[in-house]
Design a binder for this molecule. Sequence first.
Ligand SMILES: [Zn+2]
Length: 205
Amino acid sequence: MKNTFVISLIVLAFAFGCSHEESNNPQPRSTTMSSQDESPDSQPATRPSKPAAKISASGYDVTPLGPEEKALLTKDLTPMEYRVTCQSGTEAPNSGDLLHNKKTGTYTCRVCGLPLFNSHTKFRSGTGWPSFFSPYDPDHVRDVRDATHGMVRVENRCARCDAHLGHVFNDGPQPTGLRYCINSASLDFVGADEELPPKSLPKDR
Ligand SMILES: [Zn+2]
């Protein structure tokens, strides 16, 4: 008898709890979620819709670009440039237009213009692709683990527009011992005697 009474109390309490909850939460689930976002423990409701600008050590805006900006930048690429930068393709060895370039200047991203390598870090690797022993700024070249083609390599991408650049290996010359093996199709070259275009200049210059 006592047990039946206790069970009845629990059932009543449960039923009351449910109806009480329902009466206090008439909004659909989505509205309930947004009200949770406004709780003191969550992000403030006035948070900016766009993330704060990310500035590299050398003063460049390396905030990752959105899909619309990338689509705009890639619409005029040649089929080879698009295949390499947007589909992680590789140009044929000894085919790139910058492989034998020995001029002094800056190698920039073919897609977004961010400076990626300096001519003074370029060396002859004999691989058939432009090779560099260090990036222009470590903040400009992003490393990504690449386990395709039955091997594990470190892929390089432009930190700003995410264009595929090539791969980095540990068999380069000193002082770094690194070899950035980069597709010409991912690069543009601006000679030291030329002016860098606005897209290749630091922020606020
Ligand atoms: Zn880029």
